[in-house]
Design a protein around this ligand. Sequence first.
Ligand code: ADP
Ligand code: MG
Length: 703
Amino acid sequence: MSPTEPHQLPVTRLTGIGSQTAARLQKLGIQTLQDLLFHLPQRYQDRTRTYPIAGLTPGTTALVCGNVEYIDTPQRGRNSVICRISDASGLLSLRFFHFSVQQIQQLRPGTQLSCFGDVRMGFNGLEMVHPEYRILHAGDDPTETSLTPVYPLTEGLAQSTMRKAVRQALELCLSHADALQDWLPTAIRHHYNYPDLVEALLTLHNPPADLSAETLANGELPALKRLAFEEFLAHHLALLLGKQHYKTWQAPTLRVNSAAKQRFLSELPFRLTAAQQRVIAEIEADCSLAHPMLRLVQGDVGSGKTLVAALAALAALSSGYQVALMAPTELLAEQHFRNFSHWFAHTGTPVFFLSGQVKGKARATTLEALADGSAGLVIGTHALFQDSVNFHKLGLVIIDEQHRFGVQQRLALRAKGQTTGKVPHQLVMTATPIPRTLAMLQYSDLDISVIDELPPGRTPVTTSVVPSERRAEVIARISHWAGQNRQAYWVCTLIEESEQLQCEAAENTARYLQESLPDVRIGLVHGRMKAADKDAVMQAFKQGDCDLLVATTVIEVGVDVPNAGLMIIENPERLGLSQLHQLRGRVGRGNLESYCLLLYQSPLSETGRQRLGILRESNDGFVIAEKDLELRGPGEIIGNRQTGQIQFKIADLGRDRELLDDVQTAAQRICREHPEAINPLIKRWTGGSLQNLDELFHTVYSP
Ligand code: ADP
Ligand code: MG
């Protein structure tokens, strides 16, 4: 594609777009004409017909025509101008708070006006506040032939500027046959009854007057579906391509040493579940091949993923290769470090630890051991894939709690194995169950295993939804609970996405709870504490020297204290369901009964109520994830989990999820029948994010 193709031209080529407007458009991610065309209206206004004034109802938005009857200029004590207009059916007041002398002069009685605005009930009957109005001359028709788009804007950018720019871009693309080529193969387009690309864009930017507002608002329009479909398809293809590419590389063949494995299992205080055994077998089979494994293990909280990882590690170690396990938080990395140290003690393999907190001599020693190969097993945070870390013979990379890491980080860690001329196998584990269709899109570059069984003897957590007015009761319950020598968590959720505020809130809560509960031993952990302090608090809690742990969502993943069977989550309405489920997974770890109280801030919205209800009714992470997706409104972002996930321009995983199955079928068909469309589609849609992926694949893996 040459950069001079019309749709690739910079927006500054349009009349009326100077450098200042271009800078504002850039804030919306718009640089080229194509970007502009893919910037869709958020809603539409209907100016295709005029309404008789008598037919207006408050709360609607309408176009009316009328004669100015009189204009009431401001007097002392009142700061608005009221102009009354009439048509054959009735009278309407127009109210202006800002006005110029010239404006008042224009609105002389007898002047014919068209007005567009929101209708409301005023003191003197129906009125419009600051309507858009135009003075009509004989023969003027105030109506428009298509619905008027309303675009998302940014500071300093006028709706009219945006409309004019889009109109020009559309005209330009219509007048050049080669502009904005439709890369969705015709056969596929016809199969799903989709309009072609330009037609779809025309419909969305200038919808015909007969389209119902409802069809437009609920995203059912084939024109919109087509674009969402194409966008999903492009991302899916990019990931598939990445996977294919990766699978052509060489990886070490790892062989399971049965004796070592038997010994390892015999040291455990329990037997593997059937699901764990099945997934371990899948991993071992992958790793025995000369091509890299790329496998995602999904399993609900507490399903025993860590042990699956440990057995994969054992296979790599007994084949003479190094293993790196990366966790998303310091806390979780430390916990894995302790578990692995314990599990591998009998093997004589030392376990190393690396995080940003490991500094000075300790760091230097670890880096050296990794580089010369004397360290076989290392556990840490993302510090593991910094440039300064070199491995001698990395054979397996394990990433825990995948949803925290993006595609990019996944790739960067894969690249670490290169020194051997081979790339490492990669195992990714996530405790946030992803609905099947969604997983197929987000993780098309991975094969998927599911641990669909919990170890025996777990008692399900009883969840209640409690309004914050009953806080005192909840606090009394903690005192009673601690009196029975059981432990509890109090989780303070995210405030305004600011870690600092979140930590302050946790500090205040801990102080307040301590005042209310003088006999309860309260500990506090949050993300801004020093690692050593955090560790001390966690250890105290683990050993039962602390009854109540007040925490931010840092404790969400991994923390394992079976005696802690009560969790209070404050403001649960702020978090996504999967995240809440994950948090709740901290309790119910032993065989004692356990409880989770969702202490919400009332009033709760209808969706909020439904959401929390799902959590009360189900303990199954997969069910919860499906329902969460169903309840998601278009464009709604829940929690702060979007980092690392694919960002879509037009498609919406909630609204458009029913397309995902077809996307998969279409992708296979394109790979078979229309390979020439693959690259242009990927380029068109994944520009910023996945084009980088492609580059990464090439720079990192080209021999
Ligand atoms: P998750 O899948 O959430 O990461 P973990 O790996 O932390 O779960 O396991 C949760 C707990 O269950 C740990 O204490 C672990 O030792 C224990 N566990 C793992 N597998 C089994 C099993 N087969 N039987 C009994 N307990 C198990
Ligand atoms: Mg885990």
